[in-house]
Design a protein around this ligand. Sequence first.
Ligand SMILES: *Cc1c(COP(=O)(O)O)cnc(C)c1O
Length: 383
Amino acid sequence: MQSNHKRIYLSPPHMGGYEMGYIKEAFETNWIAPLGPQVDAFEKEVAVYTGAKSALALSSGTAAIHLALRLLGVEPGDIVFCSSLTFIASVNPVLYLGAQPVFIDSEPESWNMSPVALEKAFMWANSSGRMPKAVIIVDLYGQSADYEPLLNLCNEYRVPVVEDAAEALGASYRGKVCGTLGRLGVFSFNGNKIVTTSGGGMLVSDDEEALKKALFWATQAREPAPWYQHAEMGYNYRMSNIVAAIGRGQLQVLDERVDARRTVFERYEKTLGDIPGVDFMSEASYGRCNRWLTVMTLNPEICTVKPMQIIDALAAENIESRPVWKPMHLQPLFAGCQYFPHEEGKSIADRFFTTGVCLPSGSSMTAEEQQRVIDVVLSTLSG
Ligand SMILES: *Cc1c(COP(=O)(O)O)cnc(C)c1O
């Protein structure tokens, strides 16, 4: 039986009130195109916010990862290292370029790429004479990976890093904004992210020349000539001026959105955190999470209730929740791909997948709505 309550979504869009003003500007000036003053302004504002020298607005975060990998010279037959515990969009661009992903496990504290597993992967690559062209490091659920040891390894082996900060806009690592820790950084403004433009992405970097090249590819690789002249393959990956208008309004309220999501996390932790066997992704001491999603884990040695029982019980009350991302090395699409676990025979990512539940974490969720979620979780846990 479906409940009569209003549906609570996992992470719905939350407009800030400034968006319509910018959209109106776009209409009044007739910039209804995949370029225009809103796009230029949104790029500048994201560059200022992140401290990156340059930003390129694109049609999606996936497009940004695709262009980042192409900038790093990824070609058919190459290998690329990538966090295994992530959304498929982190890795699909590796396939677009005909390259092969090699997956790296998480470490237990931050849930992000394990330096121990990365080192094993580099040793394997080095001894087999096939170094990766790039390492894609994901900042999962709005928590920064531990970049100091990861970058030390990547620098030692001279392999550039793409930071997939699609979920981590507004988070930080040792005072630096997530998205700026690798050679190239990626954000997403998909409908479920902490700020949204309905769909869209951004590539950021201090390498302004690289982003100029990416802009060229993103606009069909049109050569400077009076006619349509093309010497390279390009894409239609540019963000529209209307979409950028939404983004400008959303960026203005980003800090409030982070605060709201952190408050959501704190309420969950306070009401559920003392239950035996229940844990939450804890905030690493080196940074600040944006708490895009609150993720709860159920230790099967202590707690007999399974994550799917929580998800089903919430669904019966018209509440959306999700399992943790299914790791890439377990996906049929990547059967046969190399995987380096944190410990031999013990995959941390597998454990998070089988024990985790993503709880509704929207910044517009009221305390009363969240109490509905908490009540269902409490009653399911107590059998
Ligand atoms: C959402 C997301 C992306 C992709 O962004 P889109 O804008 O949806 O293409 C990439 N990586 C991660 C980790 C994501 O969560």
